[in-house]
Design a protein around this ligand. Structure first.
Ligand code: FES
Ligand SMILES: [Fe+2]
Length: 468
């Protein structure tokens, strides 16, 4: 980590003695603190405003493809998506297309999704085969990319096993995730993940599976979609029903910055009323509301907790959630209260986000549309543990949710949290239309100094990438 460069002029959240900010709550942790709880961010960007053009200008979208999406580590899939040798899956990033193949029980390769003959796309859906075969003229490669066979090879003497292998892109793995990088000069995945593997150790991402999965086509630029999750400031406007048990104004925002990585983190404390909630809202009610959510969402068969008002509330909720987890999965939950209870989300530059939270264990990817900068895809996985001693259940196939379709209706496995996604998604076309409608004389954002620092930092980093 770099030297701390936090700004002296920034007020970091708004709480009080009854409803403290996230850092104060985490300092009161009842369990041994893990790395995520011990490390704060080391950087705060200069307050800057974002030109609205960045959200719709095709020239910007083209630059992003050339200078960001082809130069950074991109989440491709998870191991369990392609469980058998020979399984393959396309990875679409705007007009770019790659595919990942499981080449051996524990080995994967990623290729450009384009035939060396006349360019036909080689992989269009999740499938399995013993070779990679082009549907057009039947050129064939082994699953490791080596050239296998060309019909009428006598007519293509320039193509040999030496120069006829499929071009690869780099592949990296962590915690059951598979990432690819089209830049042959890029550093290793670990350099981009930075603090994430250490912070996620108690979460055991490698011992989880994709229980539900959707990809929503959005009427909004990929950055507008992503930025909807980079702050909890919108809870008061968009999800007001969460105010009695979600400390939105008490959230903590961090940037972990190194020479090679940019991680944004927001910690939204749960089981505590927001400063925006009525004065009558109590911590006991907030704790019970979080327990009821946990029960309804993850532990329907486990008896609801009872509260002793004389004892620390978060520790009781953490203990109840750890006991419910053990009952459900047959192994100890080794995560502290902060990870069991709160809603903490890590972003890795440019478009991957993963929650460090047993309550809301989601994984996000935001990708541009193939041709329209005012559209994008928002992809969400529900990443659940599975019972000890059992093999991982099959990965849920991705459900495509179209424009105007409700996530709640198409992917009921997300339960009532699908409603929250629908609320978030409902704002996005309005933002997309509104950034274009803004006065030419004031064609930019007015971002908060603290609560929107992840958005500010992302644009600062994009400026660096786009000017290279
Ligand atoms: S385009 Fe692939 S074999 Fe002809
Ligand atoms: Fe939201």
């Amino acid at each position: 980590m770099n030297e701390l460069s936090k700004r002296p002029d920034v007020r970091r959240g708004y709480g009080n003695a009854d409803r403290p900010v996230a850092g104060v709550l985490w300092a009161q942790e009842s369990q041994p603190k893990t790395a995520a709880m011990l490390e704060d961010g080391n950087y705060e960007p200069a307050n800057q405003q974002i030109d609205f053009k960045r959200y719709y200008d095709p020239a910007v979208a083209k630059l992003e493809l050339d200078k960001i999406f082809t130069k950074t580590w991109q989440i491709a899939c998870r191991d369990e998506d392609i469980p058998n040798v020979g399984d393959r899956l396309p990875v679409e990033i705007g007009p770019l297309s790659f595919f990942v193949v499981r080449t051996a029980p524990d080995a994967f390769k990623a290729f450009y999704n384009s035939c060396l003959h006349r360019g036909t796309k080689l992989c269009t859906k999740l499938s399995n085969a013993t070779e990679i075969r082009c549907p057009y003229h039947a050129w064939e490669w082994h699953n490791d990319g080596g050239l296998k066979r060309i019909p009428s090879h006598w007519d293509f003497t320039a193509v040999t096993p030496r120069n006829g292998a499929l071009p690869e892109v780099k592949l990296g793995r962590w915690g059951g995730y598979i990432f690819i990088n089209a830049d042959p000069d890029s550093g290793p995945l670990e350099d981009s993940l930075s603090v994430i593997p250490e912070h996620f150790k108690p979460f055991n991402p490698e011992r989880r599976y994709t229980k539900a999965h959707f990809r929503k086509l959005m009427n909004a630029n990929w950055k507008i979609a992503q930025e909807a999750f980079m702050e909890s400031y919108h809870v008061v406007g968009t999800h007001p029903e969460g105010l009695p048990f979600n400390g939105d104004s008490q959230s903590q925002y961090d940037i972990f910055k190194t020479e090679t990585s940019h991680i944004g983190r927001q910690i939204v404390p749960s089981a505590i009323p927001s400063m925006h909630a009525p004065a009558t809202a109590t911590n006991i009610e907030a704790t019970m509301a979080s327990a009821m959510l946990g029960k309804a969402w993850h532990y329907p068969n486990y008896p609801l907790m009872e509260i002793d008002p004389a004892k620390p509330l978060r520790a009781q909720l953490g203990d109840w959630m750890r006991a419910a987890y053990k009952d459900a999965y047959g192994r100890e939950a080794n995560a502290p209260d902060g990870i069991m209870i709160d809603s903490t989300l890590y972003f890795m530059f440019p478009n991957f986000a993963v929650w460090l939270s047993e309550l809301v264990p989601f994984v996000y990817r935001f990708t541009p549309h193939a041709s329209d900068p005012e559209m994008s895809y928002f992809e969400v996985r529900l990443l659940m543990p599975y019972p000890e001693g059992e093999p991982p259940p099959p990965s849920s196939p991705v459900v495509e949710v179209g424009i105007g379709e409700s996530i709640m209706e198409k992917v009921p496995a997300f339960n009532f949290l699908a409603l929250i996604f629908d609320q978030d998604v409902g704002n996005m076309p309005l933002v997309q239309a509104g950034v274009k409608a803004a006065s030419p004389a004031r064609h930019h954002t007015q971002l908060g100094t603290y609560q929107e620092i992840i958005i500010q930092h992302w644009h600062e980093v994009m400026d660096e990438y786009l000017s290279k």
